[in-house]
Ligand binder design. Structure first.
Ligand code: ATR
Length: 280
């Protein structure tokens, strides 16, 4: 990747950012599209968020991704929010046009894209989301807009799950929402999504649920992508489950950010294939 005086800047802001795969993914896309753009990562503390946004505007960045801990706090510095960010209440993508900052959230849409690519049928299906944090919220809200019949949430801190379920009930009256806290039988679920950080490096021997409690026909998704093969998915594969890797969602949400910045659809099939091969 070469830069010159016209190179357009893109970045990730968050803390920590050192282990992020986003620079690799986005620079790969810019190269693939033969564009004079570069993507870097900035470690930004909470106290520096306001100044960083000012700097990003002043330096003429084309767009940024936002990660922990700024996904909610960044909203006050934006000029407008897309419906995706409004619904989720958090921003992971900002597009900057003539100094105006527009906030989006591609976590949910990335998740749906990934299910679609894996030809997962949602109509009438029952889903279980493990977790009630930011990622779980984005996934739950997007699933609440689909034709699933039942959505359950289970979280270590039960009150967070209750709050999320209350909110989901306002989004769609057709779906049955429930709390699966302390439930011991998850056999009714067709789709089980780990949206917690359980199993993430360095705690790679942890799994968010006892697989024995799940129906063997259930499809398992993990948002954790480090390691690629989490304990949850490894045990799932051993039991014959169909599994979807965290890297697939990461790539899908990154490509959704790219389409926002590019202002047009991009040919994602080849990019995804190449990227997934590199990370698996
Ligand atoms: P993110 O934005 O990545 O979702 P988060 O909002 O901090 O991050 O949420 C992390 C999720 O992982 C939460 O559901 C958290 O459960 P709590 O709400 O009880 O904190 C869950 N989580 C993290 N570590 C966990 C652990 N060791 N066991 C069970 N759940 C865990």
């Amino acid at each position: 990747m070469e830069t010159d005086a016209d190179t357009k800047l893109y970045a990730l802001i968050g803390n920590p950012v050192t282990k992020s795969l986003s620079p690799f993914i986005h620079n790969y896309v810019f190269d693939f599209l033969n564009q004079n753009k570069i993507y870097i990562a900035h470690k930004i503390d909470k106290g520096n968020l306001a100044n960083s946004i000012k700097a990003i505007k002043a330096l003429g960045y084309g767009g940024i991704n936002v990660t922990t801990p700024h996904k909610i706090n960044v909203i006050e510095y934006l000029d407008d929010l897309d419906v995706s960010a409004k619904n989720i209440g958090a921003v992971n993508t900002i597009k900057i046009v003539e100094g105006k900052l527009m906030g989006y959230n591609t976590d949910g849409i990335g998740f749906l894209d990934m299910l679609e690519e894996n030809e997962v049928e949602l109509r009438g299906k029952k889903s279980l989301i493990l977790g009630a944090g930011g990622a779980a919220r984005a996934i739950a809200i997007i699933l609440a807009g689909t034709q699933i019949s039942h959505l359950s949430v289970s979280n270590r801190t039960n009150e967070r799950a209750d709050l999320l379920i209350e909110e989901l009930r306002q989004v769609n009256k057709e779906i049955v929402f429930s709390n699966a806290f302390k439930k011991h039988n998850f056999r009714e679920f067709d789709l089980v999504i780990n949206a917690t950080s359980v199993g993430m490096f360095p705690n790679i021997d942890e799994t968010p649920i006892d697989l024995e409690m799940i129906n063997e026909d259930a499809i398992l998704c993990d948002i954790v992508y480090k390691p690629h093969l989490t304990k949850f998915l490894k045990l799932g594969l051993e039991r014959g489950h169909r599994v979807i890797f965290g890297i697939e969602m990461l790539i899908a949400q990154a490509l959704a950010s790219q389409e926002i910045w590019q202002g047009t659809k991009i040919d994602k099939v080849e990019i995804k294939r190449e990227l997934q091969e590199r990370f698996s």
